[in-house]
Design a protein around this ligand. Structure first.
Ligand code: HEC
Ligand code: HEC
Ligand code: HEC
Ligand code: HEC
Length: 413
């Protein structure tokens, strides 16, 4: 078969002897119910449908778009939106974010994949995507959950009613209903990265991507005001009845200034503190410089963001080549929690990243049997409490969050 690989559509994968079984197949390597779990439980199978429903139609109307379900602005993240000439006969946009959105176009590997004679590497050569590998997975998920040079959910989309985007690779990997079983056979076929590594790689990819978009011609605002989607939403959107500003060492900003969303950079500050303190200091300096520049001029802001991006890329190189020991994981976790006690996560987006980070790091240490069962239980219970503090972003109380971080610090001792 010549030409570029084609996207064949979900029905191609969903045969009852392939991935469309109604019950897990006992002696098979995989459960074969992947289609069922995607179709029934996974938000991705509904990604197209929301464009037809009121929620999606309303957003589109507010933006002056006739029909969300045929608008490239929406389909680009809510479907396997590939050019017409690479769509197979049974391909349907209405499948939403489908198997091939994540696993790659199937035309060149389907044959060898069905007969079972091909290895993972053979399939990858034929266009299957390396979903188990954290760098590749981060690139894949962030393409829709954060954006690319081609697609981005800007503040106009938010203003029209689109939900705020938030993403952490390890947590979202767990949140996506698992359509695969991680058992001994899986581990033999695929390398399973520990949670700490998935988290660290996800953070570096998200921070690098954020500042790529921030400084891109296409997505930076051209008007006098910056693109608000790069800021902490609640720096502007919170009630005035309860003033809650307090100084934060990691911004150095006075009151009354909207803050650039630096949640991923904060995570990297704590991460690098444990594995390369000098890099952490560079990062801190560059972050302070960016916040300061944001009060000066657009030019100063862009050049500070470009400088910060360079440091983030150094962190990215470092992290990709690093394997985290349990001792380092403990140090990162302690340092993240210390930041919480000190009030560093006053911004909702940062608090959310901090809890997901703490969760990933704790899962790593629990897997490594670093704690007794009862201590692991107490830590998990306190992480649940932290999630409840974040349950309503419009009622977020930074002081309460710091208090619960203090309780987590106690549980970790
Ligand atoms: C950059 C990618 C991107 C673009 C562009 C985009 N979306 Fe989304 N959209 C998402 C993601 C990711 C979510 C899920 C957010 C979450 O829950 O974390 C989402 C969620 C939604 C939801 C809420 C779904 C639910 O189950 O409640 C609606 C409605 C929606 N989008 C409509 C639209 C419409 C209409 C457009 C076009 C005007 C659009 N989106 C463009 C990525 C995008
Ligand atoms: C949003 C992305 C996404 C979608 C959509 C998706 N998958 Fe997956 N899939 C993953 C990830 C991530 C993994 C875990 C990493 C891995 O094993 O490669 C995975 C793993 C798998 C595995 C590997 C099981 C194993 O034991 O090796 C199979 C089979 C699979 N998916 C089939 C499907 C099928 C069939 C569909 C559509 C019905 C689908 N996936 C839809 C992301 C996705
Ligand atoms: C092609 C775009 C696209 C890709 C790639 C993608 N997603 Fe999504 N994801 C979406 C959209 C759109 C939604 C919202 C669907 C809805 O609610 O209707 C979503 C929803 C989700 C949700 C549910 C969120 C919630 O609030 O309930 C999780 C979890 C998720 N994605 C995880 C992942 C992970 C992990 C990956 C990478 C393996 C990934 N996604 C890759 C577009 C994408
Ligand atoms: C720098 C300040 C600022 C930031 C940061 C900001 N917004 Fe806004 N937002 C505004 C303004 C101003 C409006 C217009 C208010 C109006 O139309 O009444 C608005 C409007 C909105 C609306 C529509 C409200 C309505 O009543 O219809 C939503 C939803 C929204 N923003 C969400 C967000 C999200 C999500 C983020 C973060 C990604 C964000 N905003 C970041 C200033 C901001």
């Amino acid at each position: 078969m010549d030409g570029p690989p084609k996207y064949l559509g979900v029905v191609t994968c969903a045969g009852s002897t392939c991935h469309g079984a109604g019950h897990p197949v006992g002696d098979a390597r995989i459960s074969q119910t992947e289609f069922l779990s995607w179709h029934r439980d996974d938000a991705h199978s509904k990604a197209y449908r929301v464009l037809i429903e009121d929620k999606g139609q309303r957003i589109a109307r507010n933006l002056g778009i006739d029909n969300a379900a045929s608008a490239p602005e929406c389909l680009t993240c809510h479907a396997t939106y590939v050019p017409a000439d690479v769509r197979g006969k049974r391909f349907q946009l209405s499948d939403g974010v489908s198997c091939e959105s994540c696993h790659g176009p199937a035309s060149k590997w389907l044959g060898q994949h069905v007969t079972g004679e091909a290895s993972r590497e053979d399939n990858i050569k034929a266009g299957m995507y390396r979903t188990e590998e954290p760098v590749a997975r981060a690139t894949l998920c962030l393409s829709c959950h954060l954006g690319t040079q081609d697609k981005f959910a800007n503040h106009r989309l938010m203003g029209a009613g689109h939900p705020r985007l938030s993403f952490e690779l390890d947590t979202y990997t767990l949140l996506q209903p698992a359509h695969y079983r991680v058992d001994a056979d899986y581990r033999e076929r695929k390398h399973l990265a520990p949670h700490v590594q998935v988290w660290a790689i996800g953070q570096t990819s998200a921070a690098a991507r954020t500042f790529d978009l921030f400084t891109s011609e296409k997505w930076a605002s051209k008007g006098p005001l910056p693109e608000f989607a790069f800021f902490d939403c609640h720096a502007c959107h919170h009630p005035m009845s309860e003033p809650r500003w307090a100084p934060r060492e990691t911004t150095g900003l006075p009151p009354g200034v909207p803050r650039i969303n630096d949640a991923h950079v904060l995570m990297l500050l704590y991460l690098t503190k444990a594995i390369e303190p000098a890099l952490s200091e560079d990062l801190h300096k560059s972050l302070l410089a960016l916040h300061k520049a944001s009060t000066e001029s657009r030019e100063a802001t862009m050049s500070a963001a470009t400088a910060l991006k360079e440091v983030v890329k150094k962190v990215q190189d470092k992290v990709r080549a690093h394997s985290f020991s349990d001792a380092e994981t403990v140090t990162i976790l302690d340092s993240l929690v210390k930041g919480g006690v000190a009030g560093d996560y006053r911004d909702f987006a940062a608090a959310e990243q901090a809890v997901m980070g703490v969760h990933a790091l704790a899962d790593s240490l629990t897997d490594a049997k670093h704690w007794s069962e009862s201590q692991a239980g107490a830590i998990a219970a306190q992480i649940k409490v932290l999630y409840t503090v974040l349950a309503d972003q419009n009622a977020y109380q930074p002081a309460r969050f710091s208090g619960e971080m203090q309780n987590l610090a106690a549980a970790l001792k």
